[in-house]
Design a protein around this ligand. Structure first.
Ligand code: BGC
Length: 333
């Protein structure tokens, strides 16, 4: 072998040894590095829960998510927030189904209708995955617990407050998120029961908004065209009151139309401050989310939880807003 070939062989052998050591070193590193970090991820979270809302980007549901995420952080839970981009029953059911298929430790969602949600919730429970209903109950299902507003009672409160505020004389139009969803049905029923003995209160029309502000505004406009005698509105989901207020502010801003809204989103409070919305039904979405996570942990850990927890609900009017509310500050100057 010539000198040159000896050098070439030596170099080749050296290169082989070095690359082998690299591969072994990095191979071992990958294995030993990946395993503990996977383990770390498992160790970091005690549980994996999913929250499935009616509509992902709805401001109301973002508050439920915020509460649930805060509890998840406090209690070492990995929380996913998945669901329909815009209110859609099929997508909602699919999101529950997929969460169950990926074997999460618990699912928090609404029980929007008995026909569609009860059988699915029961199937998920039978698979061994606990389900808690939040905001809207499916009371006939095997769900482990419900946390949220007493929807019938909140509607009843709205009716009683409207009677008091209008001195028992009003032609009311109702705009509801849906004719078919449990919470909306109960909010309308509670209201109807509260006003039924009042001869001066007439319910002139009930329309549906599909929980969309735009549709609520369209329906409010249409009602004002078709029923000029209407002088009061009741909106039963978070964006209904805002849609109604937009129309009333634009076309009938004479102070003669009474509006009872639902929820306390910033825009609702601004309309209350302006005197366009007269009152609103308060719900506690943040608390619902926070408490639902704690309840789920308790259920998994075998602790007894009440089957129904009703979060607070009450009526809020302009006088209840803190003086520091930004619009109130503006109004003063
Ligand atoms: C209801 C939610 C609903 C939201 C729609 C709230 O009043 O509690 O269930 O998704 O309104 O904007």
């Amino acid at each position: 072998m010539g000198r040159l070939s000896v050098m070439a062989y030596t170099f080749g052998a050296l290169f082989f040894v070095v690359s082998c050591s690299f591969s072994i070193f990095y191979g071992v590193k990958v294995v030993t590095h990946d395993l503990p970090s996977e383990k770390k991820a498992q160790e970091k979270y005690n549980y994996h829960f999913v929250l499935v809302p009616e509509e992902l980007d709805n401001e109301y549901w973002r508050l439920v998510e915020k509460g649930a995420k805060a509890a998840a952080k406090d209690y070492g839970v990995m929380l996913e927030y998945v669901g329909p981009k815009q209110s859609n029953i099929d997508d909602h059911l699919k999101a529950i189904e997929m969460s169950a298929a990926s074997k999460v430790d618990g699912i928090m969602t609404q029980g929007l209708s008995d026909e569609q949600f009860t059988p699915l919730i029961n199937r998920v429970i039978e698979k061994g995955i606990p389900v808690i209903t939040v905001d809207t109950d499916a009371s006939n299902s095997k769900r482990m617990a419900y946390i949220g507003t007493d929807n019938y009672y909140s509607g009843y409160l709205a009716g009683k407050a409207l009677i008091a505020d209008t001195k028992g004389k009003a032609n009311v139009a109702i705009i509801t998120g849906s004719f078919y969803k449990n919470h909306q049905i109960q909010r309308v029923k509670g209201f109807e029961d509260a006003v039924k003995a009042e001869s001066g209160i007439q319910i002139i029309d009930v329309q549906e908004s599909d929980i969309s502000r735009v549709q609520a505004a369209e329906k409010a406009y249409q009602i004002l065209q078709e029923h000029p005698e209407v002088n009061a509105f009741y909106g039963t989901s978070a964006l209904d009151g805002i849609g109604i207020a937009q129309v009333v502010q634009k076309y009938k801003n004479n102070g003669n139309i009474y509006i009872m809204a639902f929820d306390t989103l910033p825009e609702t409070l601004t309309y209350i401050q302006k005197g366009i919305i007269n009152a609103t039904v308060v719900q506690e979405p943040y608390e619902m989310g926070y408490e639902a996570v704690i309840m789920m942990i308790d259920i998994i850990e075998g602790k007894k939880v009440p089957s129904i927890i009703h979060t607070n609900t009450k009526i809020l009017k302009v006088g209840d807003l803190p003086p520091s509310h930004p619009d109130r500050m503006e109004a003063r100057y």
